[in-house]
Each structure stands twice: as structure tokens, then as C-alpha cells.
Write a protein that binds this ligand. Sequence first.
Ligand code: ADP
Ligand code: ADP
Length: 231
Amino acid sequence: VPVVDLTDVTKTYDLGGVVEALAGVSLTLPEGSYTAVMGPSGSGKSTLLNLIGALDTPTEGRVVVAGQDVGTATEAERAGLRGTEVGFVFQTFNLLPRLTAVENVALPLVFAGVPRDERTARARELLADVGLGDRTDHLPTELSGGQRQRVAIARALAADPALVLADEPTGNVDTETGGRVLDIFDDLHARGNTLLLVTHERHVAERAERIVHVRDGELVRVEDLGAEADD
Ligand code: ADP
Ligand code: ADP
């Protein structure tokens, strides 16, 4: 059973004029697969990610994530999906400014009902995994861009989601930090997570097993990078 299954998905935005952000997209993400999405600005990449992350619902077609139909799920069910099945890494990090690194990372576990001691321990462990074991009590403003992105990744992994989605995760960090972020994704892939990453950088996309090319809301080409990606 694939973790994600999109069938003939269309998403339109109606702001006076109608914008077709996605048109007839079908895509399957098998369990444990690593997929990159590339395409010019405005081609629908974020819209695709937002649908798979259950942040939004399709206008037409079906989006099934971890067995749940995102289009017919209630608001609460979609929030549940986001809380347990999906880890989302945003380009702009989306950390809460008044919470420390460890508090930001532990936040999804508050909603999951994990006791305080346990979630703090788990958050510290996750921060250590991304190389921030010595920054756990810093506020986001006390961290560099690259460090903030690593906090955001640790937070996305807090609830141990099967599916990790990332929107330009290397977009706002320097090359070295970007490399580190991609190494973390390689580890996740090796551990069996399903990954979907949006990027406009070819060298970033090539870390995946396959590249899905999107243009004007349509999926125009799927490039299979095959087993070379493991070398
Ligand atoms: P990308 O991520 O590839 O840059 P997006 O998915 O953000 O593309 O956008 C695809 C199209 O949908 C664009 O024309 C964009 O202007 C439009 N769009 C995206 N989100 C919204 C929104 N919330 N309201 C209206 N139009 C939107
Ligand atoms: P990165 O490659 O992780 O984005 P930078 O080159 O931006 O790192 O920063 C290098 C170092 O400077 C980091 O280790 C970080 O601790 C420190 N630093 C960067 N920006 C800030 C900031 N706004 N406040 C405090 N320390 C910062």
C-alpha cells in the first residue's frame, strides 16, 4: 500500500479569476521511496506538497495519505494526519519565536499527549541527531539560519512520522548547511521513511531516487534515477 496516492488531482484558487494550480495530477509514493519535485516558480509544487501534507484539500480528484482520504476527511482528521503521519519542513522554518529549540521540537508531542519528561528527552535526542545538542535552550533568534532549519527538521521528526515533506529545505541556508540537511534526509531514507522534497536545485533533487517534473500545474515527466542514488 503506497503511503501517498494522488488520482487525477486538480486544485483551483478562485480570487476573482480562477487559477488552476494543479491540473489532473496522478502520483504514487511507495513506502520508503525518496522523491524530488522540480519545476519553475508558480508551477504548483507547494500546492502539491500542501495537499499531501493535508494542509489543504483538492478541488477535484483524490488524495489519499496513510489510508486517509484528505478530500473527505474532517478538519480534525486532517490535523490528526499532520500530527502523526506527516512531518513538514518549511523553507521559512516556522518556529515559534518565544519557545526554545527543545520546546519547539517537543511541541508536536504536546498535541500527541506525551508526558513532559518524555517529550523533553525525545526532543533533546532529536536535536543531538541533527548536531544541535549544545543549542537546546537557545531561542530561534539566537540561532543561525542553518541551525533553525535543523531545529525545524528535528521538530518534523518528533512524532516519528512515516512521511516527511520538505519545501525547499536548502533554500535559505548556505551550501555546507544544505549538505548537512541532505545528509539527514539520506539517513531518514535509509531508515525507511518516505520522503518528498521540493527543490529548484538539480544537485539537491539528484539525491532522491526519482525526480517528478511539474510545469503549469501538470506532471510532465518522471525521471527515474534508479539504483545509482545509493552509491
Ligand atoms: P510553486 O510552489 O511551484 O511556486 P504554487 O503551488 O505556490 O507554485 O502556486 C501555483 C499557482 O497557484 C500559482 O499561480 C500561484 O499563484 C497559485 N496559488 C498558490 N497558492 C495560492 C493561494 N493560496 N491563493 C491563490 N492562488 C494561489
Ligand atoms: P549556518 O551555516 O548554520 O547558517 P551561519 O554561517 O549563519 O551558520 O552562522 C555561523 C555561526 O554564527 C553559527 O554557528 C551561529 O551560532 C552563529 N550565528 C549566526 N547567526 C546568528 C544569530 N542571528 N544570532 C546568534 N548567533 C548566530
